[in-house]
Ligand binder design. Structure first.
Ligand code: DMJ
Length: 592
């Protein structure tokens, strides 16, 4: 019997043929061992494991797979990390984490820590070689933006982690699509700011918790620009294939939206059942929505090698290209069954029209300027804007863009009203000029920059309202006015976006100063204990009527553009390599 044997003998005997599991069950054999015998077996197994781990070469090193984290001293004090893409400055003791993308790690040769690092040739696809290195904030203003991001992130993490939007006053959350919107939208901002801790925790959530099996209707456009765009940009920034897998899964679930008689997609799709339909309130889709998904779907096809995504989205652009327009300008509604615009619906550079024009230019740039009709439609549209929408205020002759709204007699008339959304246009115009569009576009851009600035500056909060009306009557006293119902501010990014483009291309530091004034106004009037909140009125600094809502684009766009705008390096995000989607997620430019 085992119990009567000495420990060393019994161990030997227990492994002998006589007592082998072949003659009795392993379990019974194990139970008959004394506690000492079992302990000895445990120790032997442990020693074997340690020996194996020690002698197997270490080939599994990567943190976020393509970016390596190195602690460095930093003038800005709190930003003490540097994201490194350059192997030559990687030190062996700075590399941590687990391999999640072996292929990429191989390409980057980041695995060899001991013996000492040797520089090796990187053999990776061209677009992955273009990765940007971000070193964290380099001045006080950038540092202030990073602190704003961290403040918002902390509140989101505490009260809304994994949910769509933070309610920063009551300490709760709001669910829209149930996709963790704020976390996903803010992810590449954290990366660009060099916030490795925030980045890692959010990336882990995406890897382990994000599921698209949500039995809920989502808006095709919103999910495309916010979620698909973010997944793709994070894939390009880090090379982590987890992001690509998620993007493909999402893309597959969105595709049914395009199954319509005309190919113009429905606005809504259920990600779980994959059934798509028009919005409940109308049979039509919004023109800007169906034409602001192409950058993302094309990029998805490029990286997944699955052409279905680009085909479906490009077909929409081609179809809209073939429709009759008003001097290149489009009505804001289009019908998925007939494929026709809703006759005499509004023409605007604001809500439901805005990003149609943005994506004409950006698609052309994304494809290496190879698709002529996109360039031609864009040029014609800007001429149409100049011809039909550009107006001047009285008394100060501020340039603004009006809207053409139905007058009820199969005609349209001009309404001197501009959404804050329209303030993205100067940035797009400047991007166009940089890419060869006519020089006079820049003059229009600068004029609109000034007017948009005034929409902020004339308010006692120094924050712009959602909608501004303009005075065109010669006897009026003030150039602009705001109706009570339009006086809210949702923490929107459009003007800061344009400031960044204009500063990037001109180097004029006035744009930075304007951006700083606006950032400070956000700090003063929208910062609350657990984040930043939309407000109901920009007109009354004593009663801003906080709305208890922080939209995902505040982290995805607003703070990202602030951070880029205040950078000492004007080209921190290189616009000769990246095109920025409508939600501020960078995607690579590639020739077809
Ligand atoms: C964002 O979701 C995008 O910028 C979109 O194109 C327009 N609206 C919001 C921000 O205001």
């Amino acid at each position: 019997m085992f119990r009567n044997r000495s420990s060393s003998n019994s161990l030997y005997l227990s492994l002998s043929a006589e007592d082998s599991p072949g003659r009795r069950s392993l379990w019974r054999w194990w139970n008959q061992l004394s506690r000492l015998q079992r302990s000895l077996i445990y120790i032997i197994i442990l020693i074997i494991c340690i020996t194996i781990i020690y002698f197997i070469p270490n080939t599994t090193i990567s943190s976020s797979d393509s970016f390596l984290v190195k602690e460095i001293p930093n003038n800005a004090e709190t930003a003490n990390v540097q994201l490194l893409k350059d192997e030559s400055i990687v030190e062996s003791n700075t590399v941590t984490g687990q391999l999640q993308n072996p292929e990429l790690a191989n390409q980057l040769h980041v695995g060899v820590v001991n013996p000492p690092f040797q520089q090796q040739q990187i053999d990776e696809p061209q677009y992955l070689q273009n990765k940007v290195q971000f070193n964290g904030p380099t001045n006080d203003k950038q540092q202030a933006v990073v602190e704003a991001f961290q403040h918002a992130w902390k509140g989101y993490k505490k009260f809304a982690w994994g949910h769509d939007h933070l309610r920063p006053i009551t300490g709760g959350y709001q669910e829209w699509f149930s996709l963790g919107l704020t976390l996903i939208d803010g992810l590449d901002t954290a990366y660009i700011m060099g916030l490795t801790e925030e980045y890692k925790e959010a990336k882990d959530w995406v890897a382990t918790k994000l599921s698209f099996d949500v039995n809920k209707d989502v808006n095709l456009f919103e999910v495309t620009i916010r979620v698909l765009g973010a997944l793709l940009s994070n894939y390009h920034l880090t090379g982590d294939s987890m992001f690509l897998d998620k993007a493909v899964d999402l893309g597959e679930r969105l595709l049914p939206a395009f199954e319509t008689p005309s190919g113009i997609p429905y606005s809504d799709v259920n990600l779980a059942t994959r059934r798509a339909h028009s919005p409940k309130w109308s049979p039509d889709s919004s023109t800007s929505e169906v034409t602001t998904i192409q950058l993302e779907f094309r990029d998805l096809s490029r990286v997944s090698q699955d052409s279905r995504f680009e085909q479906a989205a490009s077909k929409v652009s081609q179809h809209v290209h073939g429709l009759e327009k008003t001097h290149g300008l489009v009505p804001i509604f289009i019908n998925p069954s007939s494929g026709q615009f809703l006759m005499y619906s509004t023409i605007t550079l604001g809500a439901r029209g805005d990003s149609y024009y943005e994506y004409l230019l950006k698609q052309w740039i994304q494809t290496g300027k190879t698709i002529d009709y996109l360039r031609d439609d864009y040029k014609l549209a800007i001429e149409g804007i100049q011809e039909l929408l550009v107006k001047k205020t009285s008394p100060n002759k501020l340039v603004f863009l009006g809207e053409l709204v139905s007058s009820g007699k199969n005609q349209r008339e001009l309404k001197p009203k501009m959404d804050h959304l329209t303030c993205y246009l100067p940035g797009t115009l400047a991007l166009g000029v940089k890419n060869g569009m006519p020089e006079w576009h820049m003059k229009l851009a600068e004029d609109l920059m000034n007017t948009c600035y005034q929409t902020y500056a004339i308010q006692p909060t120094f924050l712009a309202p959602e909608i501004t009306y303009f005075n065109m009557q010669s006897d009026g006293e003030s150039d602009m006015y705001v109706k009570s119902n339009d006086a809210h501010n949702l923490l929107r990014p459009e003007y800061l976006e344009s400031l960044w483009y204009l500063y990037q291309f001109t180097g004029n530091t006035t744009y930075q100063k304007w951006g700083w004034q606006i950032f400070q106004a956000f700090e003063k009037y929208t910062k609350v204990q657990n984040g930043y909140t939309s407000i109901g009125s920009v007109k009354n600094p004593d009663n801003t009527r906080p709305r208890d809502m922080m939209e995902s684009f505040f982290l995805g766009e607003t703070l990202k553009y602030c951070y880029l705008l205040f950078s000492d390096d004007r080209h921190l995000l290189d616009l000769s390599k990246y095109v920025i989607n409508s939600e501020a997620h960078p995607l690579p430019i590639r020739d077809e």
